[in-house]
Structures are given as C-alpha cells and as structure tokens.
Write a protein that binds this ligand. Structure first.
Ligand SMILES: Cc1ncc(COP(=O)(O)O)c(C=O)c1O
Length: 442
C-alpha cells in the first residue's frame, strides 16, 4: 500500500482535474475520517472559512495527526537547545555533514552580508544576479560534471521550474511513485500549463514497471516528443536509493532523459559525497539533469539548484517562471553554500565519518532490539508499526533528551509507522551511545 500523505501522493489524472469552487468547499480529509460541512444559511466567506479551517484542524487533532512545532533556541548541531527541554541530542535534522553552524560557513555568510547587503531586491534577470550566484553555480556544475547550473530559493522552487519550463506537449514524464512532493507538484503544474504533456507513475524502485511505462510511451501515438524519467536519488522516508545504473540503461534503451533529485544524497552518497550516482561509480555526466537542495548536507542554509546542459539552463533563465518572477537566492546564503561545498571538496573525510557514524548507529539500534530498515544512507528508519506508538515513543525520547521524529499514517502506510533517525558527521560516539541508551530505556 502506498503512503497517502499529501506530500507524497502520486500524480494521477483525477488529481489534476480542476474542481469547481463552492462557497463552502469540503476539505480533503484522510479517508478514515468524516467531516461535516457547517450550516451555510447565513454564512459569509469569513465565517465559512473559519468553520472549515477549524473543522480540519479539529479533525487532525482527533486523528492524532496534528503537528506541533518545537522551538529551537540556538544553532543547529549534533545537539540543539529546545524550548522546554533544554539541550537535547538531535537525530532528526538534515545537517548530515555538520556544516550548518560551521565557523567558516557562518563567516562566509557574514562576509557576504557585509559585501552585498541583506537582500537582492530583484529577480535575477532584472538586477538581481550577484557575483556569489555565479561563483556558486560554477562550483555546483563542475562538482556534478554538468555544463551549467542555476540556483533558486529552494529545491522546491527548482523542481517547480524544471518540468513546466523544459517539457512541451507530446512529451511524457515518468515518475517514481515515492518521489518528493515537489516533483509531484511540478509534474501536476506542468501538465496543466502545457496541455498535451503526458505523465505516468511507476511503482517505487520497480524497474520492470518502469520498463512497462517506457514501452507504453514508445508504443502510443500520443507521445511524440521527449521521454523524461525522474527519480529521487535517496528516498527520504525509506532511506533507500534509486538504481541509477539500471535506470540509465533503460533510459538509453528507450531514448529517455534521466533526471535525479539528490537532495538527500548530495554530501552523503559516494566516496566524495557527490551523490547517489557516485555511490554507483557513475560520473555525473551520465545523469541528464540534477536537482538538489542547499538546505541539507550542503550548509544547511537554504536554496536549491538545477544542473544540466547549457541549453536547459539557458531556457530556465529565459522562461522559468520561478526564475522570472521570484527573487534570487540571497547573496549571503549563496556565499555560505559556496563555502560549504568548498569544505566538502576539501574534506571528503567528513563523508566517511558520516558513513561510519551511520554504521555505528545502525549496529547500536539493532543491538537494542529494534528493527531498522537496511539502507546505505544516513537515514535510519526504525519500524515500530503503530502510528500512536511512533508518536508516543518520539515524545518519550524527547523527555530522555533525544530528539527523533515519529512518522505514522498517512505519511507512511498503515502498520509501517517509524521513528526516523538521521545521523550526522558531527555526532560523536557518545552522542550515538546516548541515542541507543534512550532507545533501550524505551
Ligand atoms: C528529494 C527532495 N527534493 C526537494 C526537497 C525540497 O528542498 P528545499 O527545502 O530546498 O525546498 C526536499 C526536502 O525535503 C527533498 O527531500
């Protein structure tokens, strides 16, 4: 059964159908919950909206899905200071290489602030392109063996720019069912903007199903243009990875482009942290285009990018709506991200430390009696089955000084609730022993 979280719903034809707005539109609820629309006799838009919003929130609370935000009162690191809990061990951030608060990364941001000020105050094509953008983009392109790169304020934005800009009617996008929400939404948007652009979803990491979709695309008369296959490099909920060599072979056989979002793989996978392709001993040039975030291993700040052929980047500059109508990545952030990437290139041993830490944590978790999904990444999902149990365990861990998030239905399939442990190169053995000790006490 596939996850039902709105973040991860596969793009289906039904999803992209436009719904006529109604004065009191029934919100989309988990299928196990009922929502009763409020009386509308004398309803104004304001009262209707409030009743609807409160109904949704009450339903989330009743079904145990209401998220609460923890307040962090200091920098992101292997430990963080949490309001109400004090200093806790942090095993739920994407700060894989420990660069989020690295002195050089912070100082590069300070210097950027002094040199370029706080805001870009413009989109890139008007007067918002600064020297740090170009420097960072050159570094990203060369790191990934691609001709060019272009940055965005987030990888969400980068993904949202990619398909609507580069695809045309007659093309087809073929997407893994567990791809990130930003890929799914980009595909939905692209098929709305470009009528006659097709989409299909293949079963998670299922190469036989991918082959079937490619065969169908080639056999049908509707697909007259480019075939696009898109996958996450590392899948964030499972911690598993895409089989890129096999996917490349299939794409070559069917003459399709291969696009990889390696947001969780960059800085983590492969001997020098280039990403999932490096894990598979593939040069970056074997992937047609990459997208990725600057907000995880690479500095933990923010931002995203697309790296690929010069012509694709030029098209994005000319026609990408997030490029043309949204401000540039702040120069300070570009400076920090550039420094983070420089540190990764200079100190590839960080990647090995991360790998050693993940192996040490995995062994400890198993020795403590928990079932953890085998994975070559820094994401260690501990299966606890029941959603309420996952949430209760996560809350209990916090009182024991360990910050780990529990994910349950509908983010993951029913019965597959889990604690998701994320390891960092900045963790020491003592930190990891602290995690394992707390798990034992559970
Ligand atoms: C695969 C993937 N793509 C894109 C994103 C979005 O990245 P950003 O936070 O830069 O928008 C994420 C973040 O969770 C991700 O895991």
């Amino acid at each position: 059964m596939r996850p039902l979280d709105t973040n991860r719903q596969p793009a289906t034809a039904a999803d992209s159908r436009r719904r006529a707005p109604t004065p009191v539109d029934t919100p989309r609820l988990p299928r196990d919950a009922q929502y009763t629309a409020p009386m509308t006799t004398a309803a104004t838009s304001r009262t209707s909206f409030h009743a609807r919003a409160e109904g949704i929130l009450a339903n989330l609370k009743a079904t145990g899905q209401l998220k609460s935000l923890q307040m962090i009162e200091g920098p992101m690191g292997p430990t963080v200071r949490l309001k109400g809990y004090g200093e806790v061990l942090c095993f739920c951030s994407n700060n894989y290489l420990g660069l989020a608060n690295h002195p050089e990364v912070v100082e590069a941001g300070h210097q950027g602030l002094r040199d370029y000020g706080a805001g870009t105050a413009s989109v890139r094509f008007i007067c918002g392109t600064f020297a740090p953008h170009e420097r960072l983009e050159r570094r990203i392109a060369s790191f990934l063996d691609q001709q060019a790169a272009y940055t965005f304020v987030s990888c969400w934005n980068a993904n949202e720019a990619l398909f609507p800009t580069l695809c045309e009617p007659g093309d087809i996008i073929i997407s893994d069912e567990l791809n990130h929400a930003s890929i799914i939404d980009s595909i939905r948007l692209a098929t709305v903007i470009k009528k006659g652009l097709h989409k299909t979803v293949y079963k998670h990491n299922d190469l036989a199903d991918l082959r079937r979709r490619l065969e169908e695309a080639r056999a049908g008369s509707d697909v007259t243009g480019v075939l696009w296959v898109v996958t996450d490099g590392v899948f964030s909920m499972e911690g598993d990875i895409a089989d890129l060599p096999a996917m490349r072979a299939l794409c070559d056989e069917f003459d399709a482009l291969l696009i990889v979002d390696d947001s969780h793989g960059r800085g983590v996978m492969g001997p020098t942290g280039k990403g999932t392709h490096e894990h598979w001993s593939m040069p970056g040039s074997k992937i047609d285009m990459f997208t990725g975030t600057l907000g995880k291993a690479l500095g933990g700040a923010a931002g995203g990018y697309i790296a690929g052929p010069r012509a694709a980047i030029d098209l994005l500059i000319q026609r990408g709506r997030p490029t043309l109508f949204s401000n540039a990545l702040p120069a300070t952030v570009a400076c920090s991200a550039d420094k983070a990437l420089e540190i990764l290139q200079r100190e590839p041993q960080r990647v090995q430390r991360l790998r050693d830490n993940a192996a040490y944590a995995r062994a400890g978790i198993r020795a403590a009696g928990f079932t953890e999904i085998e994975s070559p990444t820094a994401i260690l999902p501990i299966i606890v089955h029941d959603t309420a149990r996952a949430i209760a365990m996560s809350q209990k861990l916090l009182t024991l000084g360990v910050y780990v998030i529990g994910f349950g239905f509908p983010v993951v399939p029913e019965g597959h609730a889990r604690l998701r442990v994320q390891v960092s190169a900045a963790h020491t053995r003592e930190h990891i022993d602290g995690l394992v000790g707390a798990l034992r006490r559970l």
